[in-house]
Write a protein that binds this ligand. Structure first.
Ligand code: LUZ
Ligand code: MOS
Length: 755
């Protein structure tokens, strides 16, 4: 089934935040943000700005009736800076005017005096000075200290990965409306309607039942709107609270890039030990996470780095420690993979390092250490592993040997162009790592004409979750998809939602939908049995008709619904789902946190132009474990998009802050994301059908995040190509591997690089 949004998207008829018709009397807000990364506010002069044309009011921290606090995990983030600023882009005032243009004109008239304080942008420096967001955490299995003594080969090094701008096509924003009795309706471009509701409740000092958050869809989220949509919603809600007028704020791209956090950059140390057969016996890693100026989701992101520090490998002795380091950057946040990719990059770097030193191909180490059924992850969960199956199938169906021969042949014939090839296995755990977040609800109504309306906590952001929810309802009821509508996500219909995140949205909300639909269906079957004078057991509903013992009866879906209504049987249900079997003990750092893992293996090939440092990815060939995919078109789209986004992170996307904490890559002219010219020439995806029972919806495994991590292979494919050009190239484990860095690396043994 096609994505139900595809037609509207193509025609430009889909409704995003900025497409909501504007009510009469609407005002427009714009944040005035700190130009300084760290300092004390000495003076904030709003006089000229207030007198500026069209300005209605300017809000500062003093206007907050509740708490000036939007921190989700830790209360360390003021909505509006009060005495101090902690990052460039931190809101200092909120100007509300008759139009967006007038608000922006007024912003320029605000004068602020900030006496600067020391700016830290480097996580290791922050850690040394003791600026940590939370206590460090350590995951441990076996006896790594002793195990290193038994290793024949031990290698140590450093691996750094940079941030990543979410670059959702739709920027952040909110539109708030005053309702009766002081209630506020909040349209927000958020992955977490309840997070927005909670933040606004705290800031305004209003109970949550006064705040209706409504989300039709997002033009992309990628994690950037899991927590960071709260700011704009709370600012608009604050203005609506005081002015009793609708207030809208839709960020411009540069504001969005400047004011919001990104994927966490990490700087990490590793130590890897192998035996003579290339088995990895021991692994140690220390992660320095650049959290930015406030906690946001950093502690949870840090946790997932630890969960995925051994990627798809079984290592019997592991010690991994992570520090969440407070710096003066915008608070970094969730981004597709949520710390997992950063952890995986380090183990892949360690393996590549070992392979270099041993003069072998990294895949020999990778393959030998893939996690098998029954092996234990460092956090205690036992693997139900598809890792070997994916790897071996990829080798076979894509003919790895032939690909290798072709690369070798090409390289022997070409001086200035070189090809490289790398493999990237992935194992990604599905579930929020915070067990309590793994719950969801669905509200299903069947109307007397037989049409169905489904509401869940799932937020549609292009990932196709609404289509999957619709498929669930259609399948359980056995009615045509056109009979079903999936509603906007609304906190008055569905309460206490977990954000649409962690790849788990279709699983959690799909299961809740299944539960609700099954409850209605069971009641309908009882009605049908009464109508047709038979037993409930003999009733089935198929293709909008009622069957008795497999024989089509005279009763169709619409008649059945009307019969139920006439008998005063409820045609509505609120379904609740909580993932069973999962738990985690954070004291022991052991448990069974994930409903299941998603596995896969990618083979990536690249060609470098060694004169220019530019490159093209020739192919990405993947065997991916979809379980039993319930929507092949959508799932293929998720894998392709994930791969491209992962390659972007590893190669061309370069977030640059200067030493003063100012974002230099602050527009699309200086921040490059993959476009149609830089995507791989070929992406081939093989659907590994696994018939193992799992906790996914209809056994269709989560697909949002795992494929991003195939992109890590791009970095290592580039390394291989660089080695083919210059075996003495000093190639470090620093991503992104931009064309500039490729060029410098290719000639690094001749250059003296001064940094
Ligand atoms: N968000 C979250 C996530 O709050 N917890 C998670 O475990 C997670 N994982 C991936 C993406 N977002
Ligand atoms: Mo996410 S990183 O699943 O919001």
């Amino acid at each position: 089934m096609k994505n139900i949004d595809s037609k509207n998207h193509l025609r430009g008829e889909s409704i995003y935040l900025d497409d909501i018709p504007i009510l009469a009397g609407t005002l427009f807000g714009v944040a005035f943000d700190s130009p300084v990364a760290h300092g004390e506010i000495k003076k904030l002069d709003l006089t000229a700005a207030i007198q500026s044309e069209g300005v209605v009011r300017i809000f500062t921290a003093k206007d907050i009736p509740g708490e000036n606090q939007i921190g989700g995990i830790i209360p360390d983030e003021p909505l509006i800076a009060d005495h101090e600023v902690h990052f460039c882009g931190m809101p200092v005032a909120f100007v509300v005017a008759e139009s967006d243009e007038l608000a922006r004109m007024a912003i320029r008239k605000i004068k602020v005096e900030i006496s600067p304080l020391p700016v830290i942008t480097d996580p290791r420096e922050a850690q040394k000075k003791g600026h940590l967001i939370v206590q460090p955490r350590t995951f441990k299995i076996g006896e790594p200290e002793n195990a290193f003594k038994d290793c024949v080969h031990v290698f140590e090094g450093k691996a750094d990965s940079n941030g990543q701008e979410h670059l959702y096509i739709e920027t952040q924003g909110a539109y708030t409306l005053p309702m009766e009795n002081g209630a506020i309706k909040i349209y927000s471009s958020t992955q977490g309607p309840t997070a927005v509701q909670r933040a606004c409740s705290k800031v305004l000092g209003l109970p949550m039942h006064m705040l209706e958050v409504d989300v039709t869809r997002l033009g992309g989220g990628f994690g950037g709107k899991e927590d960071q949509a709260n700011t704009w919603a709370a600012l608009c809600a604050l203005a609506t609270y005081h002015l009793k007028r609708p207030v809208k704020y839709s960020l411009h791209r540069m504001e969005d890039m400047r004011m919001t956090g990104k994927r966490h950059p990490y700087s990490s140390d590793y130590k890897i030990g192998l035996d003579k057969d290339l088995k990895i016996l021991a692994y140690e890693a220390t992660f320095y996470q650049n959290a930015g100026a406030a906690a946001d989701l950093s502690p949870a992101v840090m946790e997932r780095t630890l969960f995925h520090c051994t990627n798809s490998y079984f290592i019997p002795n592991v010690k991994a420690t992570a520090y969440s380091c407070r710096t003066n950057l915008p608070p970094n946040t969730a981004f597709r993979g949520f710390g997992g990719p950063q952890g995986m990059f380090v183990i892949e770097s360690a393996i590549a390092h070992a392979a270099d030193e041993l003069g072998i191909n990294a895949s020999e180490i990778q393959k030998r250490n893939l996690i098998r059924n029954g092996d234990e992850f460092p956090y205690g969960q036992i693997a139900v592993s598809e890792a070997n199956e994916c790897w071996e199938k990829a080798e076979k169906i894509f003919d790895l040997q032939k690909m290798r021969n072709e690369v070798a042949q090409f390289n022997s014939k070409n001086q200035l162009y070189k090809k490289g090839i790398a493999l990237m296995p992935v194992a990604f755990g599905i579930s929020f790592t915070k067990t309590l977040m793994n719950q969801a609800r669905a509200l299903v109504h069947v109307y007397t004409d037989g049409s169905v309306n489904v509401s869940t906590g799932a937020v549609e952001m292009g990932q196709g979750v609404n289509t999957k929810i619709l498929q669930v309802a259609a399948q359980i009821f056995s009615i045509d998809p056109s009979m079903i509508r999936v509603n906007s996500t609304n906190t008055f219909r569905i309460a206490n939602t977990s954000p649409s995140a962690a790849s788990a949205t279709a699983d959690l909300n799909g299961r809740a939908t299944q539960i609700a639909c099954e409850a209605i269906l069971n009641r309908l079957k009882e009605v049908a049995a009464m109508e047709l004078n038979t037993t409930v057991d003999s009733i089935s509903v198929n293709n909008q008709c009622v069957f008795v013992k497999g024989e089509k009866s005279s009763l169709d879906w619409r008649q059945l619904i009307m019969a139920a209504y006439l008998r005063r049987v409820s045609l509505s249900e609120h379904g609740h789902y909580a993932t069973p079997e999962i738990s985690f003990d954070a004291k022991k750092e052991k448990g069974h946190p994930f409903a299941y893992h998603v596995y896969g293996s990618a083979i990536i090939t690249v060609t470098i132009d060694c004169l220019r440092g530019t490159y093209e990815f020739d192919s990405v060939n993947v065997v991916h474990d979809f379980g039993a995919s319930m929507n092949v078109i959508i799932d293929r789209g998720q894998v392709e998009g994930g791969i491209v986004q992962g390659i972007g992170w590893m190669t061309m996307e370069e977030v640059i802050y200067d030493k003063d904490g100012r974002l230099r890559s602050n527009a699309l002219s200086t921040y490059k994301v993959p476009d149609v010219y830089s995507v791989p020439k070929e992406i081939n995806i093989d659907f590994l059908q696994t018939n193992v029972d799992n906790l996914a919806i209809f056994r269709s495994k989560a697909v949002g995040e795992p494929p991003l991590m195939y992109g890590i292979g791009a970095f290592f494919a580039l390394r291989e190509a660089m080695k083919a050009f210059n075996p003495n190239a000093k190639s470090t484990f620093e991503s992104p591997m931009t064309p500039e860095r490729v060029l410098m690396t290719l000639h690094s043994d001749e250059l003296i690089i001064n940094n």
